[in-house]
Design a protein around this ligand. Structure first.
Ligand code: GTP
Ligand code: ZN
Length: 361
């Protein structure tokens, strides 16, 4: 990223360097939402900086005329805004987030991992081939909406498919208000096709399975190879995991793109609100079930099953919804809750064993 040297240039009469300084911040994604949390005095004392890279031990932060590092902090992720404290960088104030993508960390601890903060738009990328999976798209849409990010569905590889419109039509029925874009990630289409969302000062992220073209899209937008695509990585003896740091690429036209190697496949976490909004009809039907915790399977007085039987609700859609809700419940149950359940189960087992023991005597 080029430093902003405008403050070293003579100011034009009537103008001030302040506007140029501000525009550098705006290029980094500074928006009224963040400015509202600060004051002119705050900013003079502790300038606003954005976290543009996350490494194991440090964070790279960039501001209007600052580009440096601060020690790693677990409560901060790429895309966050901080008020940089020169005297105690590690104590820099974290500004409230516009959006936050997070996931359950893989492994047994299943802690929450912060992935990317303050993204405006998430491109949910899928290809016009066997990768296309409606349930998975719905899952992504739920996660993204719950995170406070606006979803856009991108369908890549239309050039390799005899009937790409079929995929676009199917994706269009997931939710009427989510834009669906067919785009060849390898050609010169991406810039124009994504221009509505990749505006100066906005932050976007590509999410989706491996191989759908996320790196290719990022490269197409930046006009040069910034992300190693799979075709290249496969010929690279250093292997696939050469770039593990998460970062924010600042494109020449002022749009910021998250690059999240190995983190783009999200597990549902706290996506309840997103699922409810995507399946609003089923969600409101479920409120009319006799039992509040109805599983919509065999329970009597189930309004959801009644609607399926009446042909008002598609059974496959109900199945996808149930799966999403189940997965979300599992992922969102805190570790403590799960431990409590395990303990209760252990206790029940011990009670039964004791009873059996007594019966035998
Ligand atoms: N023909 C065609 N090939 C594409 C398109 N998009 C991506 N590819 C190819 O598909 C392969 C995977 O693309 P990548 O951009 O590396 O995919 P990715 O989503 O970044 O993959 P991961 O980094 O593994 O998550 C590469 O060989 C690309 O050249 C497209 O729209 N059309
Ligand atoms: Zn029910």
């Amino acid at each position: 990223m080029a430093r902003d040297y405008s403050r070293f240039l003579p100011t034009t009469p009537g103008g001030s360097t302040r506007t140029t300084t501000l525009s550098t911040l705006e290029r980094l994604g500074w928006q009224p939402f963040f400015a509202q949390q600060t004051s002119v005095e705050d900013l003079a004392r502790t300038p606003a900086v954005r976290v543009t890279e996350v490494h194991r031990d440090r964070l790279r932060v960039q501001g209007a005329d600052f580009d440096g590092t601060i020690p790693f902090r677990p409560d901060v992720t790429v895309g966050d805004w901080l008020l940089y404290d020169r005297d105690r960088p590690a104590a820099s104030r974290l500004l409230g987030r516009k959006s936050l993508l997070k996931r359950r960390a893989p492994g047994t601890g299943r802690q929450i991992q912060l992935i990317a903060a303050n993204a405006d738009t998430a491109f949910i990328v899928s290809s016009c081939n066997q990768d296309f999976n409606r349930a998975r798209l719905e899952r992504y849409v739920s996660v993204v909406r719950e995170a406070g990010v606006a979803p856009v569905i991108l369908l890549t590889k239309p050039d390799l498919c005899p009937d790409p419109q079929r995929y676009a039509a199917e994706a269009g029925t997931i939710a009427g208000d989510i834009p669906v874009v067919l785009v060849n990630a390898l050609g010169d289409q991406p810039k124009a096709a994504l221009a509505d969302w990749c505006r100066s000062g906005s932050s976007v992220v590509f999410l989706g399975s491996s191989g759908v073209g996320k790196s290719s899209l990022l490269n197409a937008l930046s006009g040069r190879p910034v992300a190693a695509t799979r075709a290249i990585r496969e010929h690279d003896d250093r292997g696939r995991h050469t770039t593990t740091g998460r970062r924010l690429h600042l494109l020449p036209d002022g749009c910021a793109v998250f690059d999240l190697p190995g983190m783009r496949e999200l597990q549902l976490v706290d996506a309840g609100g997103g699922i409810a909004s995507l399946f609003a009809d089923l969600d409101s039907l479920a409120r009319r079930c006799r039992f509040r915790n109805c599983g919509h399977e065999t329970e009597p007085g189930c309004a959801v099953r009644a609607a399926v039987e009446a042909g008002e609700v598609d059974a496959a859609r109900l199945a996808r919804w149930r799966k999403l809700v189940r997965e979300e419940r599992f992922n969102s149950a805190s570790l403590a809750e799960r431990k409590a359940k395990d303990r209760a189960f252990g206790k029940a087992v011990r009670t039964i064993l004791k009873q059996k023991e007594q019966e035998r005597r």
